[in-house]
Ligand binder design. Structure first.
Ligand code: GLN
Length: 269
C-alpha cells in the first residue's frame, strides 16, 4: 500500500498541475487572438494514439471513436482544423510528437515528469487510476502480495503501468525479470486468461472494459494512483499548446467535455 503511494509521488503533484494550469490561463487571451500556431500539415491537426484503449480510443468498425477522439475533434473544430487520427504503437507517440511527426499525442496519456522532458502537455482533461487485474481465483489479494511474490506482471509497453512495475522492488516495482510487455493492453489480458502471467497492471477504464469482455477475471480493490491525462504537444509549439488549452477551457466551460466523458463513463462524467 505504501509502495503505491510512493510511486504515485513520482507523478506530478496536483498542486504543480494547478500551477501549470493557472500559468497557461494567463496566456489564453493572447492565444485566442493569435493564429500564430503552426501544425505539421496546414489545416490539419494530426493526432497520434493507440486505438486499443477503451473507452478513450477504440475501433467501431473502421472508425476510431472514444473520449480522446471526440475531445480532439472538438478541439480541432475550435481551431478551424481537420482532425486526422493516426493509430500507432503507444511507446512511439512521445518521440513522434517530439520529432514533429504529429501535432498531438492524445492517448489517455498520463503527465509524468519524465515525459515533460520531451514534450509539453496541455491542461489535463481527464483522470485515470492504475488497476490490477487478476484471475477470479488468484492468490494475489492486494498490491503487497503482488510485489512480494514471484508473480509475473503483464503491462502495455511504455505506459505508466510499465514504468512503475518494471522499477526495482526498492522503488515499488517487481523488477524487469517479472515483467512481460505487450503492445496492446488486451494482449496482456489474453495472456492472463491463458495463464502465462499472473496479473495485469493497466489504467482503470480499459481494465473494466477488458474484464467485462473476458470471463474469469477481476479487478483488485487496492489503493490506487490517480493520474492526469493530457495531450502531448511539441515543446517548440507553445502557440499550439496555448490555443489547445484555450479550446479545452471553452469546451469544459460549455459542458462539451463533461458531456463526452459522461457519454462513455456514465457514473463519472
Ligand atoms: N495512462 C497510461 C500512460 O500514459 C496508459 C495510456 C495508454 O495505454 N494508452 O502511460
Amino acid at each position: 500500500m505504501k509502495t503505491f503511494k510512493r510511486i504515485a509521488a513520482g507523478i506530478l503533484s496536483t498542486a504543480l498541475l494547478l500551477g501549470m494550469t493557472s500559468c497557461a490561463a494567463a496566456k489564453q487571451t493572447e492565444a485566442a487572438n493569435a493564429s500564430a500556431f503552426t501544425t505539421v500539415e496546414s489545416g490539419k491537426l494530426i493526432m497520434a494514439t493507440n486505438a486499443f484503449f477503451p473507452p478513450y480510443e477504440y475501433y467501431e468498425g473502421e472508425k476510431i471513436v472514444g473520449i480522446d477522439a471526440e475531445i480532439a475533434a472538438a478541439v480541432a473544430n475550435k481551431l478551424g482544423l481537420e482532425l486526422v487520427i493516426e493509430d500507432v504503437e503507444f511507446d512511439s507517440i512521445i518521440a513522434g510528437v517530439q520529432g514533429g511527426k504529429y501535432d498531438i499525442g492524445c492517448a489517455g496519456m498520463t503527465i509524468t515528469e519524465d515525459r515533460l522532458k520531451s514534450v509539453n502537455f496541455s491542461t489535463p482533461y481527464a483522470t485515470g487510476i492504475q488497476s490490477i487485474i487478476v484471475t477470479a481465483d488468484s492468490e494475489i489479494k492486494d498490491i503487497d502480495t503482488l510485489l512480494d511474490g514471484s508473480f509475473k506482471v503483464g503491462v502495455q509497453s511504455g505506459t505508466t503501468g510499465d514504468i512503475y512495475m518494471s522499477d526495482t522492488p526498492e522503488n515499488g516495482g517487481v523488477g524487469e525479470d517479472r515483467i512481460e510487455r505487450y503492445s496492446k493492453g488486451n494482449d496482456a489480458v489474453i495472456a492472463l486468461t491463458a495463464g502465462k502471467i499472473d496479473a495485469v497492471v493497466i489504467d482503470n477504464e480499459p481494465a473494466k472494459s477488458f474484464v467485462a469482455a473476458n470471463e474469469g477475471l477481476k479487478i483488485l480493490e487496492t489503493p490506487y494512483t490517480v493520474e492526469d491525462y493530457a495531450m502531448a504537444i511539441n515543446k517548440d509549439n507553445v502557440a499550439l499548446k496555448d490555443a489547445i488549452n484555450q479550446a479545452l477551457k471553452e469546451l469544459t466551460d460549455d459542458g462539451t467535455i463533461p458531456g463526452i466523458i459522461n457519454k462513455y463513463i456514465p457514473a463519472e462524467g
